[in-house]
Each structure stands twice: as structure tokens, then as C-alpha cells.
Design a protein. Structure first.
Length: 518
């Protein structure tokens, strides 16, 4: 149990968390007998009534989540503040890059692969759900819509939880929810699947911003930029590959439901990985948990020392980044994230069908999608290189500018009626992949400790909100031409370009403690 000490403050809390995990796991297992009984029907459960064991299992899941959350709740915060008045722990920016940093990066990549894999599985389950529930595609589209809505809510909620519970604690709580939502795979009705997918999205929505906040606070200055971009990018790409791989291997045998039930082992894996994830030393210090902060900092190559009370820094509650400076930057990154969501979950999904309608073959439009996946991978490394070696602020501005150029070329293609879509799509793919690789790391290292989790979570929510709006148009049957869609999306993209250039600050090589100093 010692590996959990940085998050669970005492033995009672540890056992409360363990008991909650056991209850949630037991509740999920209570749903497996019905799934196994349906093997002769290729695991189709539509229309079957839920038995008492399943209902009891749902109760155990809810109770287990509450008990686990109680175990993660921090205690004696006021007393810890008083005890740490004359203690300063040197921030990780002063440390060399060591094995502890590499280990943390590896664990967080695996955690993000598991996290991204959940919503990425949605596209692979829709065909099976249409067939089993015998409903229209627009009706089944409510499932990914609910999941996307859950990610919006989760990104905001988990940002708050990260600032109250701690970075590691919020990751563990998200993992417990992953385990609980695996019962999607045994829900007989479509309505229950929609509800559970909202919860799954809520659990998944907060993992990425919390991971960025934790990594930003643990990495040395000169390595922080590229590590943030690389971990997030590899986690996202790996998650999509993992989802497609599981679908190809398991779905022909067990049907679409197995992709939800896979949340059980992967969620438990994420819980176990928590033993290797340290709580942010900066968060521990701000909460007065000095002894734990010292232990974490020693592991990551930094030192702790006592100083006179008047010299201690940074002081809790200091406000270096406030007012227009704070909210202007938040607005800039929010509009940037919203624009990305509109393009990624709207324009790029509508573009292949529009090309086919214009006379291009299905093979051409499909090849564009396949090539976009190949382009996404090296873009992660390009973004990491520019972000860490050139400029954090201007790298984001450059990616927004590339995206804007792609939108302009799409508009030109629509107005001209002829031309090749290769360059417009290539610019959109490179630009949007660069934006999503940079915007959340930049948010994580742009805000003070006291609001870092919430601010990063809000920006992450905006990436999903743009997609939510685009999907709502699809469900409602409103069809926009590519030219009109590109023109409309150009407006917030131009605003984002101006706001980021105006309010953005350079963070490359900068000590994050400066954000907390008056």
C-alpha cells in the first residue's frame, strides 16, 4: 500500500479506496453472466430484461464510486498549511532529467492510451448497435453525442477535482469510473447505453488536462515543453490505434459489446498504474503536505530546505496572473480549442461525403482519410520540436495560421468548383493536429497552480464543445455546404489567432513558480 501514500492520507482512506474499487469491480462482474448467456445469439442482448443480480450490481457500482471518492478526499488541509509556513521545496524545474521523469512519462502515455481508447471505440460500436437495436443511424448517433457531452462536463468537473483532490487522486477516481462504465457492454436497452456512455465520457474527459497539469509541474524547465506535447500526442495516437486493434481482434468473435466490457481490465490497469504516478509536489506544497512533497522532490532530483517565514515563496494565494491577463489568455485558448473541435468533429468528417457528391471516387475520399492518420503521427514530433526549441506561444499561433490557410483553400475550392483537395486537407490535418498537440500543454503551463487544473480542464472542454455543436447539427439534419461551413469556422479561427498572439505569453524554459509570485 505504500505506493499510494502520496494521495491517500491515512490507512483508513487507503482501505476506503480499496473497498470502493472492489465494490465497483464486483458490480461489473454481476453483469457478465447475462453477457455469457447470450453467446448463442452472438452476444445480442436487446430486449432482454435485467435480472436482480444486474440491478444489485448497479447499486454496488454507485456505492463503490462514492466510497472510493471518500477515500481520495484530502484531510486536515488547514493544519497542514500552518505546519508548512517555514518550508520551501525547490521546484522540479531545477532538477536534471532522470529515470523518474522517464518513468513518469511512460506511465502517463499508457494511461492516456487507455483513456483515449474509450471514446475512440465509439465509431466501431455504432454499426453493431444499429443492427442489434434496429434503429436509424440518427438515433444511434445519440450514443456518441452523449459520450461527447460527457467529455465536456468531465473536462470541467475533473479540472475542479484536480485542484481540490490532487492530480493523482483525480486520475484514480477517473479510472474507477472507467471500470464502472464497462457495464455498457451488458445493457439490454439503447437508453441505458446512452446514459452509461455519458458517464464514460465524463470519466474520459478529465484525464488529458489533469495529465498535462501533473506533467507540467514535474518536468524540468528545458524538457517540459517537448515532454508535454510528446506524451499527449503519443497517448492520443496510441489510443486510436488500440481501439481499432481491439475492434479488429475481438469484435468478430464477441460483437460490439466487448469494446465496452474491455473497460474492466483496462480501467483496473489504470488503477494499478496509480502506484507509479506521484502526486504533484507543487500541489502537495500548496496543500501543506510538506513531508510528502519532500519525498517526491527527492525522487525527482530536487531538494527541500527551511527558510525564515518572510522569505518563503511562493505564498499561497498570490496573484501574479490576474484580471485581463488571466481571462484574456483563457478566452484566447478557449476560442482556439472551440475552433479545433468544429473542424475536427465537423468539417473533416463532412469533407469525404462532400467530395463524393462532387464526383470524386469513394477510393479517393477514403485515401484522404487514411493518409490523414499517417500525417497525424509525424505532426506530433514536429509540434514537439517547434514547441520546445522555437517558441511555445508562436508554435500555437503558427498551427492556427496553417489551419486558417487550410480553411481558406477549402472555401476557394468550393467557390471555384474545381481543383485538387489534397493541399487544403493536408493543411487542415497538419494544422489541427498541431493545435491539439500544443493547446492543452500550453494551457497547463500558462496558468498559476491555484487554477491550473480548472483552466486546463475548461480548455479541454472547449475542444469537445466545438465537436458537440457540430454533431448536434448532424443529428438535427442540418446540412451545411463545405464552403459555408469553412467560412463560418474561419471567424472563430481568426479570433483565436488574434487573441493568442495578443494575450499569449512565452513559457519555453520558464519557471512555473513565476506564475504564483506577486
Amino acid at each position: 500500500m505504500g505506493g499510494w501514500g502520496s494521495t491517500l492520507s491515512d490507512r483508513q482512506a487507503i482501505w476506503a479506496f480499496v473497498l470502493g474499487c472492489v465494490a465497483v469491480t464486483a458490480g461489473v462482474c454481476a453483469h457478465l453472466p447475462m453477457f455469457a448467456m447470450a453467446r448463442t445469439m452472438h452476444y445480442q442482448l436487446a430486449g432482454m430484461p435485467m435480472d436482480r443480480l444486474m440491478i444489485a450490481g448497479m447499486g454496488a457500482i454507485v456505492a463503490g464510486m462514492l466510497v472510493a471518492a471518500y477515500g481520495l478526499l484530502p484531510r486536515n488541509v488547514t493544519a497542514h498549511y500552518a505546519a508548512s509556513a517555514d518550508i520551501v521545496v525547490a521546484a522540479p524545474e531545477d532538477a536534471p532529467l532522470g529515470l523518474a521523469h522517464w518513468g513518469l512519462m511512460l506511465v502517463l502515455v499508457v494511461a492516456l492510451v487507455i483513456d483515449v481508447m474509450k471514446p475512440a471505440s465509439l465509431g466501431f460500436t455504432v454499426p453493431g448497435m444499429i443492427s442489434e437495436y434496429r434503429v436509424a443511424k440518427a438515433t444511434v448517433s445519440l450514443v456518441p453525442f452523449a459520450a461527447l457531452a460527457g467529455t465536456v462536463a468531465g473536462s470541467v468537473l475533473w479540472g475542479v477535482i484536480a485542484d481540490v483532490y490532487g492530480r493523482k487522486a483525480s486520475i484514480l477516481l477517473s479510472a474507477v469510473m472507467f471500470v464502472g462504465t464497462s457495464i455498457c457492454g451488458a445493457m439490454p436497452s439503447l437508453a441505458w447505453n446512452i446514459a452509461m456512455c455519458f458517464m464514460m465520457g465524463a470519466a474520459a474527459g478529465g484525464m488529458l488536462p489533469v495529465t498535462y497539469a501533473l506533467l507540467a509541474e514535474m518536468m524540468p524547465n528545458r524538457h517540459r515543453g517537448w515532454s508535454l506535447v510528446l506524451v499527449g500526442g503519443l497517448g492520443a495516437v496510441g489510443g486510436y490505434f488500440a481501439a481499432s486493434g481491439l475492434s479488429a481482434i475481438l469484435q468478430p468473435i464477441f460483437g460490439w459489446r466487448i469494446l465496452w466490457l474491455a473497460n474492466l481490465p483496462t480501467g483496473l490497469t489504470l488503477v494499478l498504474l496509480g502506484a507509479f504516478i506521484p502526486e504533484s509536489a507543487k500541489f502537495l506544497l500548496a496543500r501543506g503536505r510538506v513531508a510528502e512533497a519532500e519525498a517526491v522532490m527527492r525522487r525527482f532530483g530536487s531538494k527541500a530546505r527551511k527558510v525564515p517565514p518572510m522569505a518563503s515563496a511562493p505564498a499561497a494565494g498570490s496573484h501574479a496572473l490576474t484580471g485581463l491577463s488571466l481571462y484574456g489568455k483563457l478566452a484566447a485558448l478557449s476560442v482556439c480549442a472551440l475552433s479545433w473541435g468544429l473542424i475536427n468533429f465537423g468539417l473533416l468528417l463532412w469533407l469525404p461525403a462532400d467530395l463524393v457528391a462532387k464526383g470524386y471516387s469513394v477510393g479517393v475520399s477514403s485515401r484522404l482519410l487514411a493518409e490523414s492518420a499517417l500525417i497525424a503521427f509525424p505532426t506530433v514530433f514536429l509540434a514537439a520540436l517547434l514547441y520546445s526549441r522555437w517558441s511555445t506561444k508562436w508554435s500555437l499561433v503558427a498551427m492556427v495560421a496553417l489551419t486558417l490557410a487550410g480553411l481558406a483553400l477549402v472555401l476557394r475550392l468550393e467557390l471555384a468548383g474545381v481543383g485538387s483537395p489534397v493541399l487544403p486537407v493536408a493543411l487542415l490535418i497538419v494544422g489541427t493536429n498541431g493545435i491539439i498537440a500544443i493547446v492543452l500543454p500550453y494551457a497547463a503551463e500558462s496558468f498559476p497552480l491555484r487554477v491550473r487544473g480548472r483552466a486546463t480542464g475548461w480548455v479541454a472542454a472547449c475542444t469537445k464543445a466545438g465537436g458537440l455543436f457540430a454533431q448536434a447539427l448532424t443529428i438535427s439534419g442540418i446540412a451545411l455546404s463545405m464552403g459555408l461551413a469553412a467560412a463560418l469556422i474561419m471567424l472563430p479561427t481568426i479570433v483565436a489567432l488574434i487573441l493568442v498572439a495578443w494575450f499569449g505569453r512565452e513559457t519555453r524554459g520558464r519557471d512555473l513558480r513565476q506564475l504564483d509570485l506577486a
